[in-house]
Design a protein around this ligand. Structure first.
Ligand code: TYM
Length: 332
């Protein structure tokens, strides 16, 4: 029997999950669950590179797990775990720190963005974060890492680390590939279509657990333009707001840009924006309802993350032992 290929990804529980996380990452994960051996985790260790309120971090980590399951990640088929439960992440993270160059880390756009945003707390963890992310990935020897466009650079850095490490010690790590969706890889803010949708601009960000009325209000207020001649037309350079809405509509309905243009030909934004809102609301409704139901069952959630940790640590430990041996640590 052919071994299944492996997929792995994670999200930081630093805020509520939003449409960008869903379309850029989770939707793709759930669609591939049968084909691949999948590992998905709550990247809680990454969140403390920025100050967190401990009680909120704990709550959001469990909410995120409930939302993963509600998005279609069946815990029987996927290994769902909490990063900090697997000590091998920190251990391999340290080793890989020593195989990641200062220059490489300096070029990471997420570091540049976050250090500009948190000038009073540019800590070492924020800088070396991509080495921990490389450890997150390489411990499980995945073939694919499904992420949104903004994380591609970190996966590319992981590939450089693999090349460097394997170049010295032989075939230790499998070379992972970023896996980026066609539609939804870069969802922009509804009020600022020039920057990616993120929780730091809540008025332009649609959250997975948000009430339908509130979602609809955000879509009605989405930035478009003053084009009345041929409004719903895909032109990301000149009409970034409309292109973003088309991208979202395409990702949730599966329709092509051509089909969307035909559907709204001769119609203005007054029809188009609420239609996108409705499509998003209907996509998120079952997820929100299911997540609320799951979240009420704390014992179930605990059983999921405990079983996940057991499975994940088995694989992680195998890789770490191999790495420790290769670099010359005396076995315990
Ligand atoms: P994070 O937590 O910022 O985002 C989680 C996932 O959501 C995607 N995403 C988006 N996609 C499209 N449009 C957007 N507006 C948008 N915003 C976020 C991200 O690309 C990502 O796939 N470093 C990672 C977390 C991480 C990780 C890993 C991922 C830690 N270790 C190992 C993969 C493998 C991060 O900060 O993503």
């Amino acid at each position: 029997m052919d071994e299944k290929k492996v997929m792995l990804s994670g999200i930081q529980p630093s805020g509520e999950l939003h449409l960008g996380n869903y379309l850029g990452a989770i939707k793709n994960w759930a669609a591939r669950a049968e084909e691949f051996d999948c590992y998905y985790f709550m990247a809680d260790m990454h969140t403390i590179t920025v100050r967190q309120t401990p009680a909120d971090l704990r709550r959001r980590t469990l909410e995120q797990l409930a939302q993963y399951i509600a998005c279609g990640l069946d815990p029987e088929q996927n290994t769902l775990f909490i990063q900090s439960h697997i000590p091998q992440h920190a251990e391999l993270g340290w080793v890989l720190n020593c195989y990641t160059m200062f220059g490489e880390l300096s070029r990471m756009t997420q570091f540049k963005d976050k250090s500009a945003k948190h000038k009073d707390n540019i800590n070492g963890g924020l800088f070396t974060y991509p080495a921990l992310m490389a450890a997150d990935i390489l411990l499980y020897q995945p073939d694919f890492v499904p992420v949104g466009e903004d994380q591609k650079q970190h996966v590319e850095l992981t590939r450089n680390i693999v090349q460097r490490f394997n170049g010295i010690y032989g075939d230790v790590f499998k070379m992972p590939e970023p896996y980026i969706p066609k539609a939804g890889a870069r969802v922009m803010g509804l009020t600022s279509p020039d920057s990616k949708m993120s929780k730091s601009t809540p008025e332009g960000c649609v959250f997975l657990m948000e009430a339908p009325e509130s979602i609809q209000k955000k879509f009605k207020r989405a930035v478009t333009d003053s084009d009345t001649v041929d409004p719903v037309r895909y032109d990301p350079i000149n009409k970034p707001g409309v292109a973003n809405l088309m991208n979202i509509y395409s990702a949730v309905t599966g329709k092509s840009f051509h089909e969307i243009e035909a559907e709204f030909a001769g119609q203005g934004y007054g029809r188009f924006k609420p239609a996108v809102g409705d499509a998003v609301i209907e996509t998120l409704r079952p997820i929100r309802e299911e997540a609320t139901r799951i979240l009420a069952d704390k014992a179930y959630l605990e059983s999921v993350y405990k079983a996940g940790a057991e499975k994940a640590s088995y694989t992680a430990n195998k890789t770490l032992r191999k790495v420790y041996k290769k670099v010359g640590f005396v076995p315990r």
